[in-house]
Write a protein that binds this ligand. Sequence first.
Ligand code: ATP
Length: 361
Amino acid sequence: MSVFKLDNVEDLYEIREVLGSGHFGQVREVCERATGVLWAGKFLKLQRGAGSRLGLERASVEKEVEILKSLQHHNIMAIRDVFESKAEVVLIVELIRGGELFDFIAEKESLSESEAIEFLKQILKGVSFMHNKHIGHFDLKPENIMLSDKRGPHPDIKIIDFGMAHCFLQGEDYKSMGGTPQYIAPEIINYEPLSTAADMWSIGVITYILLSGLSPFQGDTNEETLKNILDMKYQFEPHFFSLTSSMAKDFIQKLLVKEQSKRMTADECLIHPWIKPLNQTQMAKRNRSSINMKNFKMFNARRKWKMSYNMVSACNRLSKLKLVCKTSALEKTELRDCESDQEDTQTKTTSLLRRRLSNSS
Ligand code: ATP
């Protein structure tokens, strides 16, 4: 079992504003008292006891920390330190100031495929680095692709949230049900042994959305989305892909492949002619094509709306929880986030996947 630092994190870091929140806690800006340097602190609630419904098992926090420590790459969020108390673990990580890539793009008037590729290349470099270390992320989606700092002309990509990541041992069969319906690969829905190829499927979905503002498998319900994925039901609707190059479509088609071993790897993507043109003609085609900005902006606005809707309903449920807990004198910190409610949401997704599994078997 790894031992994290037992010091009180607040003695060493001043805890500042909330930057974001996840299923099991919050991410806050923190300032190192000794140096004045800013970092981000990821506060993760631990399970109170075996079988508790709330909080994370210590083993999964250890897994996330071990994986992050082994991934020192320019396009992957760096970890600096880890503290623990009885109730929570705090990861001190690199502060990422530029927000989400999709929000950055949605603010632009236009974006050529070549410009979009500069971002995609960095995502692929980070993913190639982790895959070459036999680590799969398993939760690649727009929310987990951030920018170091959006003020410069060429902001750097930072991949975050390794809470679902897994490091494969040789010959290991690893299965997992987690993920976000829109982005998950068919093998996850079918509960088959996974490989790093599942991330490449997600990159195919992300690229499809980036170019068109459409989500390839999105149905009216999560179940419909999962079914569309299993049926491989997607197409390049001419109306939305009129500005897209044929090389870009070829790139996506080589990622949205049902059979894991036939999907392009991150290293293969990096030498695909759309990413690395072989000649001037290919380069020119790329420069002439652009992303469907109007539709992309609409997609992003809907995505943000859904995220805030989920947050508001989680916090409404938290208010009810507070009422119930008033008499039991819960400590203030225990109510700092909406973990119980967020956990509910995750359970729903999982049970949905299980239902899908039993339907398809
Ligand atoms: P999930 O429940 O989605 O798995 P999580 O609890 O693992 O989430 P993260 O996804 O790592 O938490 O972080 C939650 C949010 O906090 C992110 O979406 C992002 O907005 C913000 N965030 C995370 N890490 C950083 C960072 N290093 N710098 C700035 N903001 C961050």
